[in-house]
Design a protein around this ligand. Structure first.
Ligand SMILES: [Zn+2]
Length: 252
């Protein structure tokens, strides 16, 4: 689809695994020329956090770093060094993510809870927003965030139950919209229900949607799908969601 960016649309991709892209510089320059004015790069583990910080050092003001420990990546004997890396780099990141729980992976739940809980404690201590992965674990993820009185949280690619979405919204939290809106009924119903003021746009680059690997430029697909589902024009959706992202991450 074509969106005319000369209308002054500017977007923020609130969740991208940039360090996994083969053609990073190409992806960044095509994003810039497509109206993307900022990208939040998320880390998964020690190596990915290091590379994420490296990318942001050479792209300041355009790529903003989040560091984390993804539940898929948790290994008992690596927990300590992962957590201490995160602690040592709290001043360099704008958010903690990707973090959370995943009940489909073969990582013991109590180990996931421990790691997630410790990173949430850091978020409280340093007043950082959190970017949450919550596959088949929506309720427990929400409860752990609320228990610690986290102020800023985004439930990434939310496709969970709608009654829990009510709680998420009442707590002042956000959900994010991905290009999966083009085909996922669970994701669609959540985005339909959440007010625009609580939605961030993202790509989860380089996730493959319908056979195509995503890049940050694809945040325009998320934009178009949110506009379509909510029967709003793209420009006003872009304006509001970009305002949401700049306030949520406290980026200029
Ligand atoms: Zn992700």
């Amino acid at each position: 689809m074509m969106i005319n960016f000369s209308e002054g649309i500017s977007l923020i991709d609130a969740h991208a695994h940039l360090e996994e892209l083969n053609d990073l510089s190409g992806a960044l320059s095509e994003a810039k020329s497509s109206g993307v004015k900022g990208i939040v790069a998320v880390g998964m583990d020690l190596d990915s956090n290091r590379r994420t910080l490296e990318i942001t050092r050479t792209n300041r003001g355009f790529v903003f770093p989040a560091i984390g420990y993804h539940p898929w990546e948790i290994k008992e004997n690596e927990v300590e060094e992962n957590l201490s890396f995160i602690k040592d780099h709290m001043q360099e990141c704008i958010a903690l993510g990707e973090i959370g729980l995943d009940y489909k992976v073969h990582v013991k739940k109590d180990l996931q809870w421990k790691v997630f809980g410790e990173i949430l404690d850091l978020a409280v201590e340093y007043d950082k927003p959190v970017i949450l992965h919550c596959r088949f674990s929506h309720k427990r993820t929400y409860e752990m965030v609320v228990e610690r009185a986290i102020k800023r949280a985004v439930f990434h690619w939310y496709s969970g139950p709608l009654d829990l979405l009510d709680n998420i919204l009442e707590s002042g939290f956000f959900i994010s919209a991905t290009p999966a809106l083009a085909y996922s009924p669970f994701h669609q119903q959540a985005i339909k229900k959440a007010p625009l003021e609580r939605i961030l746009l993202e790509t989860d680059t380089p996730v493959i949607y319908q056979g195509k690997e995503s890049r940050p430029k694809g945040v325009m697909i998320s934009l178009k799908e949110v506009a379509r589902l909510k029967d709003l024009d793209s420009l006003s959706v872009a304006k509001q969601t970009t305002t949401n992202a700049t306030q949520f991450f406290q980026i200029g």
